[in-house]
Design a binder for this molecule. Structure first.
Ligand SMILES: [Zn+2]
Ligand SMILES: [Zn+2]
Ligand SMILES: [Zn+2]
Length: 141
């Protein structure tokens, strides 16, 4: 019998072990199963929802429905690879002066921001520069 109350702690342990910056629900469930936990998808889903409410996890704002989750912490922004969808953390890319300029231009008060830059990760950039003949597992565009 799995003990559902333990699943949230197992999720936190998995993400603290690292290996990737942010995780989809499927990757979290797969990671727990690989670690020998008997977590089915619905108990993982409930655990993630609970951790989001407790502000121990945060949802990375990708804006395309592909939700990814990370440990809650200091503010940072993200860059995502347009080819392989890899995601990495960036130090905040906006300065106070950018935010003040946005307030002046819009007449709004800016309370917070979440920036996801689109780019090419180093691996995809190398593959693109090296031509498609030596690509490894990345489908051509
Ligand atoms: Zn990539
Ligand atoms: Zn992040
Ligand atoms: Zn920022």
């Amino acid at each position: 019998m799995p003990r559902p109350a333990r699943v949230p702690e197992q999720v936190i342990e998995l993400l603290q072990r690292g290996g990737r910056h942010a995780w989809t629900m499927e990757q979290i469930a797969g990671g727990l199963q690989a670690a020998g936990h008997q977590a089915d998808f619905s108990s993982v889903y409930r655990a993630v929802e609970r951790l989001l409410r407790a502000q121990r996890l945060a949802r990375v704002p990708l804006g395309d429905g592909a939700a990814q989750y990370e440990l809650a912490g200091e503010h940072h922004d993200h860059v995502r690879c347009v080819r392989c969808k890899a995601l990495a953390a960036l130090e905040c890319v906006l300065h106070d002066s950018d935010l003040r300029a946005a307030e002046r231009a819009s007449g709004w008060s800016i309370l917070e921001h979440r920036v996801v830059l689109d780019g090419l990760c180093p691996r995809c950039r190398a593959e693109q520069q090296g031509g498609t003949r030596r690509s490894h597992g990345h489908p051509p565009d």
